[in-house]
Ligand binder design. Structure first.
Ligand code: FAD
Length: 449
C-alpha cells in the first residue's frame, strides 16, 4: 500500500487511527502495538516523513483530516476482521460519495480470502486442499515501499505517550520488553537469521519445546512489521537453494492465511462454535480451575511452564499452545472462549484469526478440527517434546534448588493478589490425568461427536 501511495507521486501523509476497536484489544497486544508505532514513526522520520496519530472513530477522524489537509483521498491495507470490514466499507462509501480516492490494497495475507476457491467456487473448510490451491495459484511478490513525498505542511498529531497503550498491563512493560523483537529491520533480520541457521532443522525440531527452532515471526506479522509475501518468497528462494525445511515452513505460514480465509468466510469463528452442533455442549464457565490455569498453577508441569512462558514473554510455543488448550477444554472441560480471551490478553503475537482457529481446532468445535477423542496427554507430550525437561526447568521454580532466572521472573511479574511464591512446594494437580481424560471422553462421546 505504501508503494502504491508513493507511486502516485503526490505528497503522502502516513496516518494511524486508534479507533474504538483497536482500543479494545488485549493488554499485551496493545502495549506491543505502541512499540510497533514508535519504531515505524522513527523509520519514517529517518526518511524525512512522519506518522500522524489520531484517536477516535475512524470515519470521523479521517473526515477531519481530509478537511484539514485537502488530501485527494486515502489508501490503506485491507484487514479482514468483521468489525474492520464494516468500518472500512463505511469509510470507502463516504469518501467515494464525495468523489475522493478510497483505495484498499492487499498485503496482509498471501492471497485475498476470496481468491482461493474450491472447484465449485466456495471456500475451504479443510487445510490440505486450501494449501494445494494456494500454492498452485502462486503468491504475488512483495513490492518494496518507495520513498514518500512529504507534504508542505503537516497536520497536528497526538503524542504516542499520551495514548498510554501499556496502561492495562498489570505486569508492566519491563517484564515483556526484553522478549520483544520490534520493527521492520529487526523482523527482516529475524527472517534472515532463521533461513541461515534454522531452516534445515525446522521440520524435525519445530515441535521441540526446549529448542529455539521456529522463526518467531508471528510477533512481527501481527503488527505488519513484515509481510507474509516477503517471508513466502524468501523461503521459496531458500528452497530453490536446497534448504530442507523450507516447504514445511511455507506450509505453516499458509496456516495463517487459512485462518484469515476462515474468518473472512465465517466471521463467527471468533465468537461462537464454528460447528453449531457443539452449541448444546455444557462447557464449564469461569471457575477456580480456570483461574489456576491462567495463573500457571494447575499442577501439570508442562501446562504451568507454558502458561508462565506466555505471561512473561508474550508468546508461547505452538506445541505448548495445543497442550494448554487441550488441557483447558478437555481435562477441565472449560469453554474454549475462556482460553481464547486469556491468550488475547497475554500474547504479543495476538492474531484474532489464528487464535480463534487454534482454539476451536483443539476444542473440536472448529473447521478441520481434531477429533474429540484426541486428548493430548500433557505428560506424554512433555516427555516427547521436552525430553530432558529443560523447558520445564526454565519456567518452573517450586521445589527446585536453583530455579532458573526465567522461572523466578514469573513470580516477580504476577500481581500480588495471586499470592504466588517460588518457595512453595509445586502445586498439586487439579485433576488426575487419566481421570480427566476418561471424564472428557465420556462427556464428549455423550455429545454425540
Ligand atoms: P513458525 O513455526 O516459525 O511458523 C511461521 C509462521 O507460520 C508463524 O509466524 C505463523 O504466522 C504461521 N503459523 C505457524 N503455525 C501456525 C498455526 N498453527 N496457525 C496459524 N499460523 C501458524 N498464532 C498467532 O500468530 N497469533 C495467535 O494469537 C495464535 N494463537 C494460537 C492459539 C492456539 C490455541 C494455537 C494452537 C495456535 C495459535 N497460533 C497463533 C498459531 C501458532 O501457535 C503461532 O503462529 C506460532 O507459535 C508462531 O511461532 P513462530 O512465528 O515461531 O512460528
Amino acid at each position: 500500500m505504501l508503494a502504491a501511495a508513493g507511486a502516485t507521486g503526490r505528497p503522502v501523509i502516513p496516518v494511524f487511527v486508534l479507533d474504538p476497536e483497536t482500543e479494545a484489544i488485549g493488554a499485551a497486544a496493545k502495549w506491543r502495538l505502541g512499540l510497533a508505532l514508535a519504531t515505524f514513526a522513527a523509520r519514517l522520520e529517518a526518511e524525512g516523513s512522519r506518522l500522524v496519530l489520531r484517536r477516535g472513530p475512524a470515519l470521523g477522524v479521517l473526515e477531519s483530516l481530509l478537511a484539514e489537509t485537502g488530501a485527494a483521498g486515502m489508501m490503506w491495507t485491507r484487514s479482514y476482521e468483521p468489525a474492520a470490514i464494516t468500518r472500512d466499507a463505511a469509510v470507502k462509501a463516504a469518501l467515494k460519495a464525495r468523489g475522493l480516492v478510497a483505495d484498499s490494497h492487499s498485503g496482509a495475507t498471501l492471497a485475498e480470502p476470496w481468491e482461493v476457491t474450491t472447484g465449485e467456487g466456495g471456500f475451504y473448510k479443510v487445510y490440505t486442499p486450501f494449501w494445494k490451491a494456494l500454492s498452485a495459484r502462486g503468491v504475488p511478490a512483495p513490492v518494496p515501499a518507495a520513498r514518500l513525498r512529504v507534504p508542505d505542511a503537516w497536520p497536528a498529531s497526538d503524542r504516542l505517550e499520551d495514548w498510554h497503550l501499556g496502561a492495562a498491563m498489570r505486569r508492566g512493560a519491563s517484564v515483556l520488553l526484553p522478549h520483544a523483537v520490534v520493527g521492520e529491520a529487526a523482523a527482516r533480520a529475524r527472517l534472515m537469521g532463521f533461513l541461515d541457521r534454522k531452516i534445515d532443522r525446522y521440520r524435525d525440531d519445530r515441535d521441540r519445546l526446549d529448542l529455539p527452532a521456529t522463526s518467531g515471526l508471528s510477533e512481527n506479522l501481527a503488527w505488519g512489521e513484515i509481510g507474509p509475501r516477503e517471508i513466502w518468497h524468501a523461503a521459496a528462494e531458500a528452497e530453490r537453494a536446497g534448504a530442507r525445511g523450507a516447504e514445511h515452513f511455507r506450509k505453516e505460514l499458509a496456516w495463517r492465511d487459512f485462518a484469515w480465509h476462515l474468518m473472512y468466510h465465517t466471521p463467527q469463528i471468533a465468537t461462537a462454535n464454528w460447528r453449531p452442533e457443539w452449541d448444546g455442549f455444557a462447557w464449564a464457565g469461569e471457575s477456580e480451575a480456570a483461574e489456576r490455569w491462567r495463573q500457571g498453577m494447575t499442577g501439570e508441569p508442562v501446562v504451568d511452564a507454558a502458561m508462565r512462558e506466555m505471561y512473561v514473554t508474550g508468546t508461547m510455543h505452538n506445541r505448548a499452545r495445543m497442550i494448554v488448550a487441550s488441557y483447558l477444554t478437555k481435562h477441565l472441560l472449560t469453554h474454549w472462549k475462556i482460553g481464547l480471551d486469556w491468550f488475547a490478553d497475554c500474547l504479543t503475537d495476538w492474531d484474532p484469526a489464528s487464535n480463534a482457529m487454534g482454539w476451536q481446532w483443539v476444542a473440536g468445535s472448529g473447521p478441520d478440527a481434531a477429533p474429540y477423542f484426541r486428548i493430548f496427554n500433557p505428560a506424554t507430550q512433555a516427555e516427547k517434546f521436552d525430553p530432558e525437561g529443560r523447558y520445564r526447568a526454565r519456567w518452573l521454580a517450586e521445589g527446585r534448588r536453583n530455579p532458573a532466572p526465567e522461572a523466578l521472573s514469573y513470580f516477580a511479574a504476577v500481581p500480588k493478589s495471586w499470592r504466588l511464591d517460588p518457595g512453595q512446594p509445586p502445586p498439586r494437580p487439579l485433576v488426575d490425568l487419566a481421570e480427566g481424560r476418561a471424564r472428557a471422553l465420556a462427556a464428549l462421546a455423550a455429545r454425540g461427536a
